[in-house]
Design a protein around this ligand. Structure first.
Ligand SMILES: Cc1cc2nc3c(=O)[nH]c(=O)nc-3n(C[C@H](O)[C@H](O)[C@H](O)COP(=O)(O)OP(=O)(O)OC[C@H]3O[C@@H](n4cnc5c(N)ncnc54)[C@H](O)[C@@H]3O)c2cc1C
Length: 474
């Protein structure tokens, strides 16, 4: 019997790894890539430094999918066959030196994603893999011609294969080639593709309603001593008369004034008031949205919720290392020790200075900054309202960035469509079709997890497609 013919569609991270594995297992491999150049997205990864994997224990638990039941066993099965350690061994054998940052994040020592791409392309060349660029696959059909089972049609040619690996990526950064056309190929074969949304992306927000503000605390106290129907009610009415649009504009301008601020913060997401995600890390404010790794990590939940027409609330913990009581104590102590200092100095050592007016506004305490208040003017209610806002600054999510600028796609070819051991499409009618990487409904957090999924799933699919399972370490 001659060599098995394997055609890989897509020369991204998972397609290259699948081709290497299939060739190592003895297959004759051709890779079709729609772009003029391979690995365009790989070059962008990790700010062009390529965070190629993560060495955290139990990485399989980090992945998400629309199919919560299947995702863990499937990723576990793939990682058992080709874990991060085997991936690094392979890269080291191919000549790439790596280094570890933040305990578990792995990068090439060169600090360049180009080195990772070059090493992969050299390996493909040495293994005799045929690379066809500017060759976009438009359909995959069953054929029995010349003993091969499948024909891949491109815009200008056709390729016969025993096995076809769909490694076309998702829809994130379509400018790199992953334009969603892989989903059409899968659907053309009768596979189910779930709804897809951008993930690992920025979130646009507007001011939410703070449950505790200076006004609400004052009202509470007034009610306690004087009963309802008092002066505070009048004040409430007055504020409602302020044109909503003007208020929104002011709040928008305040949020935009934070552009460029970077800080460590906790970010929690509540979907229809139910806690859905929380993370702590680097938060960045841009002129239009919240960004930074901590925001990316929770963005998937927001993306899905907004798509489903649900309300997504973001709560920022601007001082995650302290409890609310501690924040109150810190501010009170400042007032005691520096009574004559300008009031705003009480927050100077706690928050980036651009955030102070924003937090005071959200806490309903901005009016108290008029004139030249001193730290001694800080009373208990003021301190409580501001501390509450610092620990839980509420914002309403209004949208996420589009596919053009997100890092991964959440959703994709349904996990029920593949065998978790081999990543071959389920059912005899599709035997010989394999799927790998981001095209599947699996996505991971920032930190090297998405590339590891691409490498592991690529290696597993490539090996099984070539019929060479004995080359996989168990
Ligand atoms: C800016 C950015 C930074 C990132 N940084 C990191 C990081 O540091 N670490 C990490 O783990 N992950 C990172 N990711 C995510 C990671 O890059 C992806 O998850 C990974 O590249 C997915 O690999 P893939 O091979 O499945 O898809 P892709 O890399 O998207 O490759 C798919 C390939 O298929 C080709 N293709 C598509 N359709 C067809 C067709 N019909 N015919 C022929 N070819 C086709 C495309 O042109 C493309 O080359 C980042 C993503 C982005 C956008």
């Amino acid at each position: 019997m001659g060599k098995k013919k394997v055609v890989v569609i897509g020369c991204g991270a998972s397609g290259m790894m699948a081709a290497i594995a299939a060739a190592k297992a003895g297959a004759e491999v051709t890779v079709l890539e729609s772009q003029k150049h391979p690995g365009r997205k790989l070059l962008m990864t990790g700010n062009s430094r390529c965070n190629l994997t993560n060495l955290a224990p139990r990485p399989e638990a980090e992945y998400q999918s629309g199919d919560e039941e299947r995702v863990l066993p499937l990723v576990k099965s793939v990682f058992r066959q080709f874990p991060a350690g085997s991936t690094l061994d392979l890269f080291h054998q191919m000549g790439l030196l790596t280094m570890v940052e933040h305990n578990t994040y792995v990068y090439p020592v060169t600090g360049q994603s180009q080195s990772v791409l070059n090493i992969l392309l050299e390996e493909l060349k040495e293994l005799g893999v045929k690379l066809k660029y500017s060759e976009k696959a438009v359909s995959v059909r069953r054929t029995e011609k010349d003993g091969a089972s499948w024909t891949v049609l491109t815009e200008g040619w056709h390729y016969e294969a025993d096995s076809v690996i769909l490694a076309c990526g998702g829809r994130s950064c379509p400018q790199t080639g992953s334009d969603g056309s892989g989903y059409a190929l899968a659907e053309g074969l009768g596979m189910k593709v779930t709804d897809v949304v951008p993930a690992l992306t920025g979130i646009s927000v507007r001011f939410g309603k703070q449950p505790v503000t200076l006004k609400s605390l004052q009202e509470e106290q007034k009610m306690l001593y004087e009963g309802p129907g008092n002066l505070m009610q009048d004040q409430e009415d007055k504020s409602h008369r302020a044109p909503e649009k003007k208020k929104e504009k002011e709040e928008k301008a305040l949020l935009s004034s934070l552009a460029g601020v970077r800080m460590n913060a906790g970010v929690s997401v509540f979907i229809d008031r139910v806690p859905a995600a929380r993370d702590i890390g680097q938060l960045q404010f841009t002129a239009t949205d919240l960004s930074g790794i901590v925001v990316f990590q929770v963005s998937r939940k927001v993306s899905r919720a907004l798509r489903a027409g649900k309300k997504a609330e973001i709560r920022l913990d601007l001082l995650p290392a302290f409890t609310e009581d501690e924040v109150e104590t810190i501010i009170s102590r400042y007032a005691e020790n520096h009574p004559d200092a300008p009031l705003k100095m009480a927050f100077c050592g706690l928050l980036p200075q651009q955030l102070v007016p924003v937090v005071l506004k959200a806490a309903g305490a901005a009016d108290r900054m008029k004139g030249e208040p001193k730290a001694s003017d800080l009373d208990k209610m003021f301190i409580r309202a501001v501390s509450e806002t610092i620990k839980s600054f509420r914002l309403e999510a209004t949208g996420v960035r589009g596919f053009e600028s997100c890092q991964v796609t959440a959703g994709g070819v349904a996990l029920s469509e593949v065998d978790p051991e081999s990543l071959e499409a389920s059912g005899p009618a599709l035997s010989g079709i394999f799927l790998t990487g981001e095209i599947l409904d699996v996505d991971g957090p920032c930190g090297g997890y998405n590339l590891q999924w691409a490498w592991s799933s690529g290696y597993v699919a490539g090996t099984h497609a070539a019929g060479g399972t004995e080359t996989i370490k168990s």
